[in-house]
Design a protein around this ligand. Structure first.
Ligand SMILES: CC(C)(COP(=O)(O)OP(=O)(O)OC[C@H]1O[C@@H](n2cnc3c(N)ncnc32)[C@H](O)[C@@H]1OP(=O)(O)O)[C@@H](O)C(=O)NCCC(=O)NCCS
Length: 176
């Protein structure tokens, strides 16, 4: 199991994973990939991969987004999940979003992949020069809270999130 850069090698299982997301109940953190168009992915997967890779240079991102390195968790030749590491924190990220977002495709949840994706993302954050990683999760997201705590997260505080009405928990992990 490893974290890799987005690659056309995983085309079929990636699209399968996006189908699972669309069939499952949406959560705020699956919104990005959950909104992908399957016909567009099928028509030009190379272009999608190229755009994903451009995020690290600040390309192809919505206005106000900071550069972000995207990685895919893969097991053998299968796509399992996605982690996005933001290179810096803007005002929104420092209170709500944090440095790292991750998600596991619905068909592979509850098997330990969530713990693994964060474990593997932390050294990638370190390589990007981040020594203190901010992680946030909805107060109601028990699985994500466990993942953060298992990976050494210390709770700083709980803050309101006016966008959803669900408080965010803010954790720090020192990787210096
Ligand atoms: C949160 C998410 C990444 C968890 O992935 P996962 O692969 O199911 O996680 P794991 O199997 O590694 O489980 C992590 C821990 O949560 C627990 N857990 C898993 N699903 C759970 C659930 N529905 N309710 C309560 N606990 C749960 C596991 O028992 C495990 O605890 P342990 O380490 O003490 O044994 C996944 O549900 C997901 O992608 N959700 C949507 C996106 C998201 O919320 N991302 C997090 C952003 S903050």
């Amino acid at each position: 199991m490893e974290l890799v850069l987005p690659s056309t090698v995983y085309r079929d299982s990636f699209i399968e994973g996006i189908r699972e997301l669309k069939d499952a109940a949406m959560t705020s953190t699956t919104r990005n990939y959950g909104n992908l168009s399957i016909p567009d992915l099928e028509a030009d997967f190379d272009l999608f991969v190229e755009k994903e890779r451009g995020h690290a240079e600040g390309k192809n991102l919505p206005v106000g987004y900071v550069p972000q390195s995207d990685f895919w968790l893969v097991d053998g030749n299968k796509y399992i999940g996605h982690a996005g590491i933001r290179h810096e924190l803007n005002e929104h990220l420092i209170s709500i979003g944090g440095h790292i977002g991750y998600s596991i495709r619905p068909g592979k949840r509850g098997k330990g992949y969530g713990n693994k994706i964060l474990e593997l993302a932390l050294p990638k954050a370190k390589e990007l020069g981040i020594d203190r990683v901010l992680l946030t999760c909805d107060e109601t997201n028990i699985a994500s809270r466990k993942i953060i705590e298992r990976n050494g997260g210390f709770l700083e505080n709980q803050v309101p999130n006016p966008e959803t009405g669900i408080d965010k928990l803010r954790f720090w992990i020192d990787i210096a």
